[in-house]
Design a protein around this ligand. Structure first.
Ligand code: GTP
Ligand code: MG
Length: 681
């Protein structure tokens, strides 16, 4: 493998809506360039970057994949990212490793939800972009419609630099506005090869119109160019290309290309223009100035290999076998078998130049997000800001005894995919997982099975209900046992009263005259607390109340701590049911974003979940609704919101407060609790 200098390296992420053709295009770019030997397909499960068993089975990308193409003495690092929003963390990661993006659009779908979402991230990162309309050979593909769509919904700075000749089944050529030629393809083209042909007559008018548009757009970004252009001067090609590149880097124009990844039409031009128009690794500013800075952006665990670390070298040079310093964990790591990825294949390299993307296996102490540097110049790059998880579920192993394996597997999967989190909730007695949606969870379960041999299923998370009392009441708890020798005797009178929400529990000792000896009073307190843990409505902890012990009696011989604790338990059980106990349910504060025209549906749905709408406000392209909704009603909310808003909506939720549950809810929860107890005993 030849070593490329920084100025001969391009790092490009391929992003876009699900199934718009990214993986197929990346495969074609690598193949046509000669860097990859096989022309793979999604149908056969043979593409360069969708190589995991899950991706092959499902026929869509799940993780970001790395490959490269070599063209015009340049290495183009290709970062393929998934389109489904459940894997959006991979897109964000991929864009952070890249210096530019090719936003892929389907010739039939145009601008879709996923396109808008990736565009936003590109905007935030100020990434130079090119647009590629793929699937031009598909029935109903319509370049003009996609162009209009992009202009209206994505960016007014879009400028077509190609025009397809024929569309759908008739798609057979592309007019190149830079050269002013047509490229004619034949069915059966495998390598992107074409014949150069004159522009067909019926395309002449459009060619002239778009050429003018392009020249004008480029000239208007540069004062000297515009003067020469207005003076009617012909601008030489090299200067023109340089002008286009400058405008792309400044975000002033976004060129629109077209083709078919599957048929390899338009792929050679895209390779060439990637080299000519996108920034080289030498042209981008590193995140920090230091001799050596590399960021680990992804870790994958591969069967028979173990962990493989993908990293972007920002500054400095690395040689195979070099030692680097991991500032996060303060350890040195030796980079044995320093490699680059071509899909699943790792190709060992002698050296990596600044700006390149490398991979290395079996590092002991390095994780996603870590920074490589020199020991005497420690650097820690800030973490890549990943999207928050929006969905929660509980998981249960199908076979008892696999709990440890489950925890180990989940831990590994979190390391591979930081948008996935898990925790064991001792209160609920469940393992909870947090992620981007049901498709995400489904993938997690599959990976658990395939990689770690753990069979698990998703179940509804329990809700952490509470109970409290609304009234005052008092009564006795008396524990008395006479059996042979020494007996047991404890007797207390307790008054229960409500406290404010969140005020917690309070014990008041109002015993006078020593009717209960001081040393036994804490035992009464403990008994009350223990009984309160099990509640009286539906078996949930009873909270926010005061227990006042105001009377009682004892026995010189038979009384002890244990007996008074029992008395406290009995007193609570006797009194609490008379103090108007109620069930409390957790309420969540929900913020949901949706397009304005679907807001009514989103609010209607929230109301049907017993939600209380607090208000709405415009937030960018979307409108935000704030509402208070019981947690019990929010299971799978992200999926519903997704379908109501056709994928455009997102939401966030956080704990708000506990509030009294309506009687019918309390009755249902109590009945469930009884059923569970009956089943357990
Ligand atoms: N006709 C035609 N089909 C294509 C073309 N490119 C991709 N496809 C098909 O479209 C489907 C999606 O292609 P992918 O390459 O997986 O698209 P993607 O954007 O990587 O999809 P995700 O990773 O799931 O977002 C597959 O069935 C491909 O075979 C193309 O240029 N022409
Ligand atoms: Mg893909």
């Amino acid at each position: 493998m030849r070593v490329y200098g920084s100025n001969a390296i391009r790092n490009v992420a391929f992003v876009g809506h699900g199934a718009c053709g990214k993986t197929t295009l990346v495969d074609a770019l690598a193949f046509v360039s000669g860097a990859s030997r096989r022309h793979g397909s999604i149908k056969d499960g043979t593409t360069l970057t969708d190589y995991s068993p899950d991706e092959i089975e499902r026929k869509h990308s799940i993780s970001l994949g790395l490959g490269y193409a070599e063209w015009l003495d340049t290495k183009i690092n290709l970062i393929d990212t998934p389109g489904y929003l459940d894997y959006f963390g991979e897109v964000v990661t991929g864009l952070h490793a890249a210096d530019a993006a090719v936003v892929v659009l389907s010739g039939t779908g145009g601008v879709e939800v996923g396109t808008e979402k990736v565009w936003e991230v590109c905007d935030q990162l100020h990434l130079p972009r090119m647009l590629f309309v793929s699937l031009m050979d598909k029935e109903h593909a319509d370049f003009e419609r996609v162009f209009a769509d992009v202009k209206a919904h994505l960016t007014p700075k879009v400028v077509p630099v190609e025009i397809p000749i024929g569309e759908g089944h008739d798609f057979h050529g592309i007019i190149n506005l830079f050269s002013g030629h047509g490229h004619a393809y034949k069915r059966g083209t495998k390598n992107g090869e074409y014949d150069v042909v004159p522009i067909p007559d019926e395309y002449q008018a459009r060619f002239r119109e778009y050429s003018e548009h392009l020249t004008e757009a480029v000239a208007s970004t540069d004062d000297t160019l515009i003067e020469r252009y207005l003076a009617g001067e012909e601008i030489p090609r090299a200067e023109f290309i340089a002008g286009v590149k400058k405008a792309i880097l400044a975000g002033q124009i976004v060129p629109l290309f077209c083709g078919s990844g599957e048929l390899t039409y338009g792929v050679r031009t895209l390779l060439k223009k990637t080299v000519e128009l996108l920034p080289s690794a030498a042209e981008v500013k590193p995140p920090v100035e230091a001799h050596l800075v590399g960021r680990v952006f992804k870790t994958v665990s591969e069967p028979h290999v173990g962990d493989v670390t993908f990293f972007r070298l920002h500054t400095g040079e690395l040689k195979n076998g070099d030692e680097v310093w991991n500032a996060e964990h303060e350890v040195a790591e030796k980079l044995n078998h320093l490699s680059i990825q071509q899909g699943k294949d790792r190709i060992e390299v002698e050296r990596l130049s600044a700006g390149d993307i490398g991979s290395v296996a079996k590092l002991r102490n390095t994780h996603t997000g870590d920074t490589f540097c020199q020991r005497d110049h420690p650097v820690r790059l800030p973490p890549i800001p990943l999207p928050d998880s929006v969905a929660t579920s509980a998981v249960l192993v199908k076979q008892r005894g696999e709990e440890d394996k489950l925890a180990a597997g989940l831990h590994k999967l979190h390391e591979e995919d930081p948008t996935f989190h898990f925790e064991y909730s001792s209160e609920l007695g469940q393992t909870l997982i947090h992620g981007m949606g049901e498709r995400h969870f489904d993938t997690i379960l599959h990976r658990l099975e395939r990689k770690f041999g753990v069979h698990a299923e998703l179940i509804r998370p329990r809700v952490a209900y509470r109970e409290t009392i609304k009234g005052k009441a008092e009564g006795q708890g008396k524990h008395k046992k006479q059996s042979g020798g020494r007996g047991q005797y404890g007797d207390c009178w307790v008054r229960l009263a409500p406290r404010a929400r969140g005020a917690g529990y309070e014990f008041v000792d109002n015993i006078v005259g020593g009717v209960i000896p001081n040393k036994y009073i804490p035992a009464v307190d403990r008994g009350v607390q223990e009984a309160a843990e099990r509640g009286v409505v539906a078996g949930y902890p009873l909270v926010d109340f005061q227990a006042e012990c105001f009377d009682g009696s004892y026995h010189d011989v038979d009384s002890n701590e244990m007996s008074f604790k029992m008395a406290g338990i009995l007193a609570f059980r006797n009194v609490a049911p008379k103090a108007r106990p109620v069930l409390l349910e957790p309420l969540m504060e929900v913020e949901a974003w949706a397009p304005d025209d679907l807001l009514g549906d989103v609010m209607g749905d929230l109301s049907s979940r017993r939600g209380q709408i607090l208000g709405t406000e415009v937030d960018g392209r979307l409108t935000k609704v704030r509402a208070i909704v019981p947690e019990a009603e929010l299971y799978k909310y992200s999926t519903t919101l997704h379908s109501i808003t056709h994928g455009r909506g997102t939401h966030r939720q956080k704990f708000h407060a506990y509030a009294e549950a309506p009687p019918e809810v309390a009755a249902k929860v109590a009945a469930e609790n009884q059923r569970e107890h009956a089943a357990a005993s």
